[in-house]
Structures are given as structure tokens and as C-alpha cells.
Design a protein around this ligand. Structure first.
Ligand code: URP
Ligand code: ZN
Ligand code: ZN
Ligand code: ZN
Length: 459
């Protein structure tokens, strides 16, 4: 099976040229100008289109028991949505509850991936560290999951205490695992929530004031100090504001090995969305919260300068009806999350590249290459190079359309970006040489995605 993609503008994190890509089987066999067509090869004309490496979303939730309910997607719906949006690899947070057995949880999450059309892997959530945890982490790392996730928030649910954080980081350092972290000070969150509720402030517009930038920055500073004391490599997920970025930057100057992720909602929507009347603001409740609009240019600038390494989604889909509504009388009960796995690349392209905020190589770097490098997938994923997996996105910048819940693949009853204009979209998407999207529609096979075992690289 060979596939020749001709005359596309091939864009990686470091290259930008017009040429052809030849796929043989599951991998890229050649690239360059005017490649000869092997007998029997299928040909795709990519004239006037971009050819990107398959995008990697390093922070999604698919199977997620959370806040008294379950996130709506399955791997069938989420991988379809991801692929239509140009994402070919998902890294899901495996989020066991505090009492769960880590190995059983890992196998449960992994079993859900069997119906995926994308390739996939996990960050292993550590919600408890006791005398059994070290052996479990060693075993899970040996099975190819070489990144961990800790929550410094969600008191009483996923959150771990400082002793557990220290033990986790110490072991991660020994094993060369990177530790991803949700950084917010959980005590401040619960005290501020209590104060606001006692003042009768119960609507979704009070979610942001219950977790202001200082609360996030304190969580980041806290993680940085623990990373400094243990030497562990850390990755701050869903970073939303200037104060948190500054806390990372200061730690980096002290020698802490730390990386920053932001997520697409923070780049394009702000806290006024969560202030919308008739409880519509609940659609925009996630943690850390959407911020004042003044943080948006800071995040775009940090992306351009590479202080922010990756743009993920933190895809966490809860219906407006029946799920977000659980918090109608109390914002602390609104399931947190904004679905966006389908929209990330189109939003980054339209509202980033087309508006002059970032260039194309920065888009590729932040949405694919950096995640591959940080999480042990490079150069198999994250670039277009001979020998790399043939995960390719042929992207049409002439497409014009709108985002709508009516037409989306995500299994959720609203879009946070309803009616927004798009100025491009993927037309063809391949995963290891197989065409999964054609003319913007999913045509692939559920279950064809592979679990990606990864080596440890963060020593
Ligand atoms: O609001 C969010 N972010 N929901 C998903 C869980 C998490 O904190 O990542
Ligand atoms: Zn989080
Ligand atoms: Zn602290
Ligand atoms: Zn998350």
C-alpha cells in the first residue's frame, strides 16, 4: 500500500516547503519535490493546501468519573471528533479515585481505548501514594506509560497531599518520568468557595473569583519548589494566566526543569462567557477558570516565545442539560470542563495564524512536535520525516464554515464556540498511512488506533 501526497505546502516545526510525501505502509518513505509515483500508488493532490504532521493532544479526558457524573465521550466519539479536527494521537489522563488500585485503573482506562481510531496513550494519575504505590508506578512505567499526573486541586477527590507529592516526584526522578500537574491551591479554592456561597453568590460567574490567578500561581509555585527539591521534571497543565507563567519562568531561571501547557479555551474565550445569563455561563466553567481577556495576549506571546510549549484542549465533555445543570443553585457543583478536542487546530489556525498571532511552524510545534518530544513519542510522531509514522493532515485554508453543536462529532449537547467562523479545516487525515478522514468526514475504522508504549526520557 503506497500513497503519494503531491504538491502540498509541507509544514513542520522547522521546515516549510512545497513538495511531495510518499507513504509506504504505515510510515513515511520519502519527501521532497516531484517524487516518482510508484506503480499502484494512490495519489492525493494537495495543491494549495498545507501538509502537517498529525496533531497530538497531550491532555484529554474521555473516560472520566468526575463530580458525581461521567464525561460524555467514548473513544469512538472522541477519536472521530479528534480526527475530523486533525488530531491523530490522544494522550488521556488516567484518573483513578483515591481508593482505586492503580494497576486495575490503568488496565480499565486502557481497555476503553480499544475502540479508538486515533493512536493513544496515557498520563497515569497518582491520587494516593502509600506503600503499594511505588511498585505500581514501576510496573505501569514498564508497560510504556512514562508520564504521571497529579492534582494539587480537587480536595477530597483526586488531590494528593504534600508528602505524596514529594514521594511521587522523587520516584519520577529516579525512573525518568515526567510529572504533569494540575496546579491550584486546594485549600484556598475551598475557603473561597465557602465564602462566596455564604454571601449568596451561587452562579457560574462566581467560579472565576473562587479560583483567581493568585490561587493558580500559588499551585504552580508550590509544584516548582517540590520539583526543585527533588530534581523531577514537571509539566504544568492548562496554564491560564500571567501570574502562573511568571512562577514557571522564575523557577526555570533557578534551574527547575519545567514545561508549560495552555489549552485552547484560554486563548480564545474569557471569563465574560461564564457570566452569560440564564445559566449559560455554566458551559464555560472549567478549572482553572477562564480569565480576564487581558491574559490572552500574554498567552499568545508566551506561545510565540516558547515559554508555553504545548496547546492542548483539556477536553472534558459534560452536557449542558442534565450535567452542567447539576450546579444550577451552586457553581461548585457544575461539572468542570469545556469540550474542544474537535476544534483545537481549527481555532489555533483561524484565531492564531490567520490573525497574525503565531506562524505556521509555531502551530505545528505547539500542537504536535513539543508534545511528541516531551512525552517520548518523537520522532515516531510529531514530525514529517522518513521513517516517522505516516500521520498526516492535509489542511485546506480555502475552507469557510462555522462551528456548531449540530454538526460536531463530540458526544455533547453544546459547543462553547457555537457559530464561530472557521477559515480552514483538515480535508484528509491519515493515521499510520490509513485514510481516516476524507473531505472533512470520518471514513476510518474504529479500533484501528494503537496504544503507544513510550520510553522514559526525563532523567
Ligand atoms: O475543568 C477541567 N479542567 N476539567 C477536567 C479536569 C481537570 O482539571 O483537568
Ligand atoms: Zn486539571
Ligand atoms: Zn505553596
Ligand atoms: Zn484535565
Amino acid at each position: 500500500m503506497s500513497l503519494l501526497i503531491q504538491n502540498g505546502r509541507i509544514v513542520t516545526a522547522s521546515d516549510d516547503f512545497v513538495g511531495d510525501v510518499l507513504v509506504e505502509g504505515e510510515v513515511i518513505a520519502a519527501m521532497g519535490p516531484k517524487l516518482a509515483k510508484p506503480a499502484g500508488a494512490d495519489v492525493i493532490d494537495a495543491s494549495g493546501k498545507f501538509v502537517f504532521p498529525g496533531f497530538i493532544d497531550p491532555h484529554v479526558h474521555i473516560y472520566l468519573p468526575f463530580m458525581g457524573t461521567f464525561a460524555k465521550d467514548t473513544y469512538a466519539t472522541a477519536s472521530r471528533a479528534a480526527l475530523v479536527g486533525g488530531t491523530t494521537t490522544l494522550i488521556e489522563m488516567c484518573c483513578p479515585a483515591r481508593g482505586d488500585d492503580p494497576l486495575e485503573a490503568f488496565e480499565l482506562w486502557k481497555s476503553k481505548g480499544a475502540e479508538s481510531a486515533c493512536d493513544y496513550t496515557f498520563h497515569m494519575g497518582i491520587s494516593r501514594f502509600d506503600e503499594t504505590t511505588e511498585a505500581a508506578i514501576r510496573e505501569i512505567a514498564a508497560r510504556g506509560v512514562t508520564s504521571l499526573k497529579v492534582f494539587l486541586a480537587y480536595k477530597g477527590a483526586f488531590g494528593i497531599d504534600d508528602g505524596e507529592l514529594f514521594q511521587t516526584l522523587k520516584l519520577a526522578k529516579e525512573l525518568g518520568l515526567i510529572v504533569t500537574a494540575h496546579c491550584e491551591n486546594e485549600t484556598l479554592v475551598s475557603e473561597l468557595q465557602r465564602r462566596l456561597l455564604s454571601e449568596g453568590k451561587t452562579g457560574p460567574e462566581w467560579h472565576e473569583p473562587s479560583r483567581p490567578p493568585q490561587v493558580e500561581a500559588e499551585g504552580v509555585h508550590h509544584l516548582m519548589t517540590f520539583a526543585e527539591m527533588t530534581g523531577a521534571h514537571v509539566y504544568c497543565v492548562h496554564t491560564s494566566c500571567r501570574e502562573a507563567l511568571e512562577a514557571v519562568q522564575q523557577a526555570q531561571l533557578r534551574g527547575v526543569q519545567a514545561w508549560v501547557e495552555t489549552v485552547i479555551p484560554y486563548l480564545v474565550v474569557d471569563k465574560t462567557y461564564a457570566e452569560r445569563p440564564n445559566f449559560e455561563g455554566a458551559k464555560y466553567v472549567m478549572s482553572p477558570p477562564l480569565r480576564d481577556v487581558k491574559h490572552q495576549p500574554v498567552l499568545w506571546n508566551a506561545l510565540r516565545s516558547r515559554l508555553v510549549s504545548t496547546v492542548a484542549t483539556d477536553h472534558a465533555p459534560f452536557d449542558f442539560h442534565g450535567q452542567k445543570e447539576m450546579g444550577r443553585d451552586d457553581f461548585t457543583k457544575i461539572p468542570n470542563g469545556i469540550p474542544s478536542v474537535e476544534d483545537r487546530i481549527n481555532l489555533l489556525y483561524t484565531y492564531g495564524v490567520c490573525r497574525g498571532r503565531i506562524d505556521l511552524p509555531t502551530l505545528v510545534d505547539a500542537a504536535s512536535t513539543q508534545a511528541a518530544k516531551l512525552f517520548g513519542l518523537y520522532p515516531r510522531k510529531g514530525t514529517i520525516a522518513v521513517g516517522s509514522d505516516a500521520d498526516l493532515v492535509v489542511y485546506d485554508p480555502a475552507y469557510r464554515g462555522k462551528i456548531s453543536a449540530q454538526t460536531q462529532q463530540m458526544a455533547v449537547d453544546y459547543s462553547a464556540f457555537e457559530g464561530w467562523d472557521l477559515e480552514g479545516r483538515p480535508t484528509i487525515v491519515t493515521v499510520r498511512g490509513q485514510i481516516q478522514v476524507c473531505d472533512g468526514k470520518f471514513v476510518g475504522n474504529l479500533g484501528s488506533g494503537q496504544f503507544l508504549a513510550r520510553p522514559a526520557t526525563h532523567f
